[in-house]
Each structure stands twice: as C-alpha cells, then as structure tokens.
Design a protein around this ligand. Structure first.
Ligand code: SUD
Ligand code: ADP
Length: 284
C-alpha cells in the first residue's frame, strides 16, 4: 500500500519574541499561514522493519538527521509498530530557508503513517508528537492560519488572510535558526510587531492593513549578519510588492501582491538577484 501527502511551506506574517526561557527556547507570538509551495511525500509499506528515505534533492540528509526519518521512528516507537516504510521526498521547498521545509515533511510523515498503518491517532495527538520533533511541526500538522505562542506549539486557529500572490525569494546563503535566536536580545528589540493588528486585518480581510502591519523581530538579527537580505527586501518593495517581510529566521523574503498583473514584473526583477524565486498563492 502507498500513501501520498503534500507538505506545504509556511510563512510568518508576524513574528515577535517576548522573552528567553529557562529551557533555552524563546517565548514567541507569531501569525503563521501556509503557501502553495509544497514537497510531495510518498510512503510505501516495506516487508522489513526498517525506515528508508530517498529524495531527488542531493543536499538534505537521508539518515536519522532527516526530520521525516525522525517522525517515522517516533511514531513506530510510540505505537510499537513492527513494520517498515520507504519514504520518498520530492523536495520543492528551498532548504534552510525559513519556510519550515523539514518541519512540514515531518508533519506530513506523521499524517501519512497514521493512514498507512491505520493507527487512528487523533489530530491533537499528532500535534503532541510533532512538538517532540520541532517547534514548528504542530502548526505544520494542522496547516491553515494560526497564532502560535509558547515556543511555537500553542496554536490558536484564525481565519484565512485575504487571498493574494506571494512572491518568495531565497538568497544563496545559509542561516541557522538556533544561531539567529541565540543572537536575539529581547531588551534591545526596537519595534515589536502588533500581533492584534495583524489578526484584525486578517479577520476584516483588509489586505492593505495586513501589508502595513507585517513584522518580524528576527529580521534585524539576520539582516545584520547578511545585509543582502535587507537589500532583497528593498528590491521586493521597489519592484512593487504591496508588503514584504523576511519569513522565520530567514533568509527567504516574501512579498504579498494583490494584483496578478504585477507578479511577473516582480518575479523577473528578483530573478536578477537570486535563482530561487517562486510566485505562488496563499493556501486558503
Ligand atoms: C523561526 C521559526 C519561525 O516559524 O521558523 P524557521 O525560521 O525555522 O522556519 C521557528 O520559530 C523555528 O522553529 P523550528 O525550526 O521548528 O525550531 P526548533 O527545531 O524547535 O528549534 C531550533 C532551535 O531554535 C531555537 N528556538 C526555536 C524556537 C523557539 N521558540 N525559540 C528558540 O530559541 C532553539 O535554539 C532551538 O534549538
Ligand atoms: N526533510 C527535510 N527537508 C529539508 N531539510 C531537512 C529535512 N530534514 C532535515 N533537514 C535539515 O534541517 C535543516 C533546516 O532545514 P529546513 O527545515 O528546510 O529549514 P527552516 O527551518 O529554516 O525552514 C537543514 O540543515 C536540513 O539539512
């Protein structure tokens, strides 16, 4: 038997860091939503009790470092499953980009194996399992649009944002999420995003209000280390995006665009700066 899952990328419409916690993580308040840029995951039953991962992407680990492998092992151990699985990852989400590529693969693997092995695990339980794999995994299990609190695992589902185009550009640099969080000094944050304004704009489907309240406190940290991310955001705005922001810990910058007629110009303009550019819709 085979199961297919789509594993979509997320963007952070706002990201605030409230404080550093005793356990080393940061207490956050984020508004997250999914975009129509996704990895495809195929899971197939194996006769042997083993987990095998393959991918067309040569640049991700295929061993126990892969988050899909970790998700499969977790579900096997927790539910004492003595069966094997072959998992193929058709990677389309850029890696280490701030788009939760690994987390969404892990979430899709949890969902898929629940079906493949007919385990009957509830959505809430899948989110709890996801939490053990990473802070963004519970959101990736459910998808939709949510306010994420705690270290990212406490979710409050909200309405979908007004539909629009999302142009994503990933500069060719590597950013480590833990390094970026490690460099955040909460006291020195100059401007916190106004989460409730972002949520209100979404509720009222007010696109302009949403664009003017996008905010991410990790931007300053990543942009200080990699000035090209700042330049990319400026280019995105100059080319005509209605709003622009770095997603997560970066380095991907996304632009929200309401008019389809502007998308090609922005896409082509960005292609002059980096190879990895995508124009997609929100997953509403
Ligand atoms: C910044 C965000 C925003 O959505 O996304 P990405 O840039 O990774 O896509 C997330 O908070 C990333 O979540 P995720 O990538 O799942 O992080 P984890 O694997 O749990 O943690 C990686 C490391 O980041 C730091 N970390 C993560 C989450 C958090 N709330 N506080 C932290 O300080 C910790 O140092 C941790 O060891
Ligand atoms: N299935 C996976 N897809 C992508 N990256 C993965 C996966 N499993 C593990 N990784 C590793 O996770 C790290 C972060 O990648 P990713 O999840 O794409 O970044 P981000 O959290 O910034 O969105 C990379 O160093 C990558 O090698």
């Amino acid at each position: 038997m085979k199961v297919f899952e789509k594993a979509s990328a997320k963007i952070n419409l706002s990201l605030d860091v409230l404080r550093k916690r005793e356990d080393g993580y940061h207490e956050v308040e984020m508004v997250m939503t999914m975009v129509d840029l996704a990895d495809r995951i195929e899971m197939q039953e194996l006769p042997r009790d083993t987990i095998i991962i393959s991918s067309q992407a040569g640049y991700i680990p295929l061993d126990e470092k892969n988050l899909a492998f970790q998700a499969a092992r977790l579900i096997k151990d927790r539910y004492d499953v003595k069966r094997g699985v072959y998992i193929h990852l058709d990677k389309r989400i850029p890696v280490a980009a701030g788009l939760a590529g690994g987390s969404t693969d892990a979430a899709a693997t949890l969902r898929g194996l629940n079906k493949l092995w007919q385990l009957g695990i509830s959505n809430d339980e899948l989110k709890l399992l996801g939490q053990e794999l990473g802070s963004d995994v519970p959101f990736c299990v459910t998808g939709g649009t949510a306010i994420a609190r705690g270290r990212g695992e406490k979710l409050e589902m909200i309405d979908s944002p007004p539909q629009c185009w999302v142009v994503l550009a990933k500069p060719p640099i590597n950013v480590s999420t833990s390094e970026i969080y490690g460099k955040v000094s909460v006291k020195e944050i100059e401007k916190h995003p106004n989460t409730s304004q972002v949520v209100q704009a979404i509720r009222e489907k007010n696109f302009d209000h949403l664009c003017s309240h996008l905010g991410n406190v990790l931007e300053d940290v990543t942009m200080r280390l990699h000035p090209e991310v700042k330049q990319l955001k400026e280019v995105m705005v100059k080319l005509g995006a209605d709003g622009a922001l770095m997603s997560g810990s970066g380095p991907t910058v996304f632009g929200l665009v309401s008019k389809e007629s502007k998308v090609a110009r922005i896409y082509n303009g960005l292609r002059g700066f980096c190879k990895e550019v995508y124009a997609v819709r929100l997953l509403t």
